[in-house]
Design a binder for this molecule. Structure first.
Ligand SMILES: Cc1ncc(COP(=O)(O)O)c(C=O)c1O
Length: 406
């Protein structure tokens, strides 16, 4: 992989006409290590967030040895990155053949579920393989309430009363039982975790079963930008959020059992930026060579304002307008689909033109993993970059809308 000090340097040297991902392995290691240092338990990286081999390999180098996986594709990717990494199969609804594969081929012994039919599926395979249920840990996933960019409890999680029944049933069969939750991705309030812990405590007390662990899921927020014309969303910094989470864990009496977290976004977001090219400027619209069916769907559905840096093409000798004047451009994606228009504008100098580049920062989470081949577009070019996106400043143009808190 070619290596550059900054994204700007890569853009000017390569003049990429297709989207170019800038991978920052040292940033990834730093963020993974920071999380592991702050969380008072085991860290299981959520592979769905970005399961690229370069990411998994770098995380292993950083000391991550547990991975949250959801499918056979993720089991194989983790095994490829590390022959002895532990995997937690935390998707609550699983294909029977995938459960068998997990237990038989990959030696996975930790799973989650939120329904009795799922217990029946797991038990069928456990009996067929003649395994002792006591060798398997099952986390019952609880429904939670809280504020996050992505609410996940609409789809998964048992209500507290139901969770009590599931815990008791699993215990009676002989499985080791724990509780887990996911407060939603990109949480907006630290209290979301406290509400979930309170609910977990209620279930523990009613169930009267000795729990073997608590998995607090993901949700830890990454740093993004904010729009100058909107009220800034207050995202608690990780140190603050983790301090509060640690206090809440003690307060609710979960500090005496093994804890796990499944962070995704907060670990990998900062590790990638994406250089896109303006294929066409039409008034206040920019048509770029990426979009919601490639790297930008998370920002579209989550209405996330990504930080962006303008990289003007030096080959263009004349420009109209005032480079100091930052204006909002509507951004249209590369495909012919008319919904492929970003939900948030890019704020850039009014001099931006066809042929210029924009480096979009903090794009490592839910970008590469959500790419489709729609319309035949599939960004897959990479370079390595050594300077963190936020450290480069705004050399020729302007960082739009950045509130790079850290
Ligand atoms: C079960 C599970 N664990 C972990 C994650 C990672 O969440 P985040 O990226 O918000 O940290 C997700 C995301 O959807 C998930 O579904």
């Amino acid at each position: 992989m070619q290596r550059f000090a900054t994204g700007t340097e890569a853009a000017l040297a390569l003049r990429p006409d297709h989207p170019l991902y800038c991978f920052r392995p040292e940033v990834l290691k730093e963020d993974a290590r920071q999380f592991m240092a702050l969380f008072p338990g085991e860290t299981a990286y959520a592979v769905k967030t970005n399961g690229e081999p370069m990411v998994l390999k770098t995380l292993v180098e950083a000391g991550v040895r547990i991975f949250d996986v959801a499918s056979p594709g993720e089991f194989a990717a983790v095994r490829e990155a590390s022959p002895d990494a532990e995997m937690l199969y935390m998707h609550p609804v699983k294909a029977q053949s995938d459960i068998r594969l997990a237990l038989e081929t990959y030696g996975i012994r930790v799973m989650s579920l939120d329904h009795e039919d799922e217990i029946a599926k797991v038990l069928r395979i456990v009996r067929a393989m003649d395994l002792d249920p006591a060798s398997i840990t099952i986390f019952v996933r609880l429904q939670t309430k809280g504020h996050a960019m992505y609410e996940l409890s609409k789809k998964f999680g048992a209500a507290p009363g139901h969770a009590v029944e599931l815990v008791q049933r699993l215990d009676k069969i002989g499985f080791r039982v724990g509780l887990c939750f996911h407060v939603g991705s990109q949480v907006e309030e630290a209290e979301s975790y406290e509400l979930a812990l309170k609910s977990a405590d209620w279930v523990r007390n009613r169930a009267g079963v000795e729990l073997v662990g608590l998995d607090v899921g993901g949700g830890f927020p990454a740093t993004y930008g904010s729009s100058p014309n909107r009220k800034p969303v207050h995202v608690p910094p990780l140190t603050e959020l983790m301090g509060q989470l640690r206090d809440n864990i003690t307060e609710w009496g979960f500090d005496d059992m093994p804890l796990v977290a499944e962070p995704g976004r907060v670990v990998v977001a900062r590790a990638f930026s994406l250089i896109v090219r303006v294929l066409l400027r039409k008034g206040k619209r920019l048509y770029i060579n990426d979009g919601i069916w490639a790297s930008l769907s998370d920002s579209w559905t989550g209405k996330i304002t990504l930080p962006a840096r303008f990289i003007p093409d030096p080959a263009r000798k004349t420009r109209k307008g005032d480079a100091e004047n930052i204006v909002a451009f509507r951004v249209c994606g590369a495909t012919c689909d008319s919904v492929d228009i970003l939900s948030r504008p890019f704020w850039l100098p009014e001099t931006v033109e066809t042929g210029d580049w924009i480096e979009i920062g903090h794009i490592g989470a839910y970008s590469l993993s959500l790419r489709t081949r729609f319309n035949g577009f599939y960004p897959d070019d990479f370079v390595e970059v050594t300077t963190p996106f936020g450290d480069e400043g705004a050399p020729d143009g302007f960082a739009s809308l950045e509130t790079m808190a850290d």
